[in-house]
Design a protein around this ligand. Structure first.
Ligand SMILES: NC(=O)c1ccc[n+]([C@@H]2O[C@H](COP(=O)([O-])OP(=O)(O)OC[C@H]3O[C@@H](n4cnc5c(N)ncnc54)[C@H](O)[C@@H]3O)[C@@H](O)[C@H]2O)c1
Length: 270
């Protein structure tokens, strides 16, 4: 078992934009080396340019197993291990009621948002299982030899779900299905790998000010325009991506070693 003497390593998918970019930036501010992965390699490189710590940009399509495997290999070749991962890559897709929604759109959204998270977990966890557990400040926990921070953790993963993973979202059943699926996958992975020292959690943001939401607002049917209306939220505004990033980094960190299989609703009190 090792104490964490070297800088921890974070991998972020969807790191080229929005919540993923803000999360990579926050990880770097906290001292993590970063693997910024995105299907849009140029945007991943732009994020990399914002970081103050060592990092690499990796092109990945999270819906393709070979691509995800190559992303994890690239991370390990550069940094030797992956301590934390945020599986943030995702999209909202198109808007229609179920009877009008094209079947292909259901497959596309599930493939990216749900299978993409599952594939990332599959290869990230396989890597973490090979890593030596890392102990956080062992002296502090010496009188509590069973706590995770004393026993050591191999890694911590956070998946992007959504408020649409907790309630129905009219006109977007494929997105809704994919985000509910992310929570089922999260809870299952958490139970399967807790004894191996791997934690898996999810975040469920409501409307967050990102390029995805800007695109979504242009597609929203009138009946759901309220989704992104700041007045709907107790704070009178929607979330900034940095506010989601902060929660992701906290869940990934060893500040919450007994927290796994959880989803954190981040909706500003909605
Ligand atoms: N913005 C919101 O209001 C909101 C709310 C709840 C949940 N979310 C979720 O948070 C996550 C991030 O959303 P965002 O708003 O930052 O979106 P965004 O569009 O700003 O960023 C998503 C990133 O994912 C990348 N991506 C798309 N397909 C990919 C693929 N196949 N492989 C790898 N990368 C791919 C995109 O290139 C983009 O850089 C998504 O999973 C989204 O569903 C967003």
């Amino acid at each position: 078992m090792a104490t964490n003497t070297q800088k921890p390593v974070a991998l972020v998918t969807g790191g080229g934009s929005g919540i993923g970019r803000a999360t990579a930036v926050r990880f770097a501010e906290l001292g993590y080396s970063c693997v910024v992965a995105d299907i849009d390699e140029q945007s991943a490189k732009e994020t990399l340019g914002m970081l103050q710590t060592p990092g690499i940009a990796v092109q990945v399509d999270v819906s393709k197993a070979t691509s995800v495997e190559a992303m994890v290999t690239a991370a390990v070749q550069r940094f030797g291990r992956i301590d934390c991962a945020f599986n943030g890559a995702g999209t909202d897709g198109s808007y229609a009621k179920i009877a009008d929604h094209p079947e292909e759109e259901f497959d596309r959204i599930m493939s990216l948002n749900a299978k993409g998270v599952w594939l990332c977990l599959k290869y990230e966890i396989a890597q973490m299982l090979q890593q030596e557990p890392v102990v956080s400040d062992p002296a502090r926990w010496a009188d509590k030899p069973d706590v995770c921070r004393f026993c050591g953790m191999r890694g911590s993963i956070v998946n992007a779900s959504s408020i649409a993973g907790l309630v129905g979202l009219e006109y977007n059943s494929p997105y809704c299905a994919s985000k509910w699926a992310v929570l089922g996958i999260t809870e299952t992975a958490a139970a399967e790998y807790a004894k191996d020292g791997i934690r898996v959690n999810a975040v469920c943001p409501a409307a967050t000010d990102t390029p995805m939401l800007d695109r979504a607002k242009e597609k929203f049917p009138p009946a759901i325009r309220v989704q992104a209306d700041p007045e709907r939220f107790p704070f009178g505004r929607i979330a900034a991506p940095e506010e989601i990033a902060e929660a992701v980094c906290w869940l990934c960190s060893d500040a919450c070693p007994f927290t796994t299989g959880e989803h954190l609703k981040i909706t500003g009190g909605l």
